[in-house]
Write a protein that binds this ligand. Structure first.
Ligand SMILES: NC(=O)c1ccc[n+]([C@@H]2O[C@H](COP(=O)([O-])OP(=O)(O)OC[C@H]3O[C@@H](n4cnc5c(N)ncnc54)[C@H](O)[C@@H]3O)[C@@H](O)[C@H]2O)c1
Length: 284
């Protein structure tokens, strides 16, 4: 195929990368999803916020609208098929299909160590970290194909890309999300669907709160993450924007850690006393 990439935005349009595009963001009310909803709206997207918490949903939509953007709240639990079907029916009543689908919902809590776990806790991890993405993607896939294509962005975790000691079922469900992404990309590329994943780590959010109880830990960040700082919802949101937009029209099937380098640096720690990275047991 020798088609030219004529859908790549002109540089002059790089401040409106999603102009007029419809984006569904699950868990789009707060945390990383909230950052994605706000950034997408700032780039001209019509954001359909699928959020379980009515106050979070209302707040993000109010903020976006006040800033001159377009967003609508859908109070849904994406673990429940009925809610997903209601979400799809409402969105599809107004638009032929989403141009962008962000499956962002997920939670590592409650942590149940595997030797203490049970079928109920396994199922909870499955529903909140994987099932919802299958249900939401399935609900929108045919319309997205019929509409000429879309970009799917799945937010999973760096814990799906490395060994996670706390909760193997959580790690496995995140790995399932990552591989679901890869398989969708291959299976539906010919239908105009691109699918990519983001694996966050160490990112401030209501769920992963580094600001409470770590007040004295600022100086430790330089040893904790190679880039030497805490992540913010805007960090994965910027990567999601790239993956959602036509800027990444030749990128599909990839899972990108957005982690300040924690995955890449596994086993290496910055030692402020030595002034370099070390991989031997020693006081940093
Ligand atoms: N923050 C991090 O450092 C980090 C690290 C690894 C992975 N992640 C992943 O990134 C994603 C976002 O994480 P976060 O830290 O922003 O989480 P968060 O809990 O702070 O925000 C999640 C949002 O989703 C909503 N939500 C939760 N359950 C829902 C449901 N069933 N249906 C609809 N909405 C629901 C919440 O109300 C909230 O607004 C998750 O998949 C999480 O596992 C985050």
């Amino acid at each position: 195929m020798t088609q030219s990439p004529d859908n790549v935005p002109e540089i002059a349009d790089w401040n409106r990368l999603l102009d007029g595009k419809v984006a569904v963001v699950t868990g789009g009310g707060d945390g990383i999803g909230g950052g994605i909803s706000r950034l997408f709206a700032a780039h001209g997207a019509i954001v359909e916020v699928a959020e379980i918490d009515p106050e979070r949903a209302e707040k993000v939509v109010d903020d976006i609208t006040e800033a001159g953007g377009a967003a609508r709240a859908h109070v849904v639990d994406v673990r429940k098929l009925d809610d997903v079907q209601r979400l799809a029916a409402t969105v599809l009543a107004d638009h032929p299909a989403p141009d962008v689908l962000v499956n962002n919902v997920g939670d590592y809590r409650p942590i149940v160590r595997f030797h203490d776990s049970n079928p109920e806790s396994w199922n909870e991890m499955y529903e909140i970290n994987f099932l919802h993405a299958v249900q939401v993607t399935h609900a929108f896939l045919n319309p997205m194909i019929d509409n000429g294509g879309a970009s799917i962005v799945n937010v999973h975790s760096v814990e799906g890309m490395r060994g996670y000691p706390g909760e193997p079922i959580y790690g496995a469900m995140k790995a399932a999300m990552a591989h679901f992404t890869t398989c969708l990309a291959v299976g539906y590329g010919r239908n105009g669907i691109r699918a990519n994943g983001i694996g966050p780590d160490t990112t401030q959010s209501p769920q992963v709160d580094y600001l409470t109880g770590y007040e004295d830990a600022d100086h430790l960040w330089e040893s904790w993450a190679p880039v030497g700082r805490l992540g913010w919802p805007e960090d994965p949101a910027r990567v999601a924007l790239f993956l959602a937009s036509d800027m990444s029209s030749y990128v599909s099937g990839h899972n990108i850690p957005v982690d300040g380098g924690t995955k890449a640096g596994g086993g290496w720690f910055f030692s402020p006393t030595a002034g370099r990275f070390v991989n031997r047991p020693r006081d940093l």
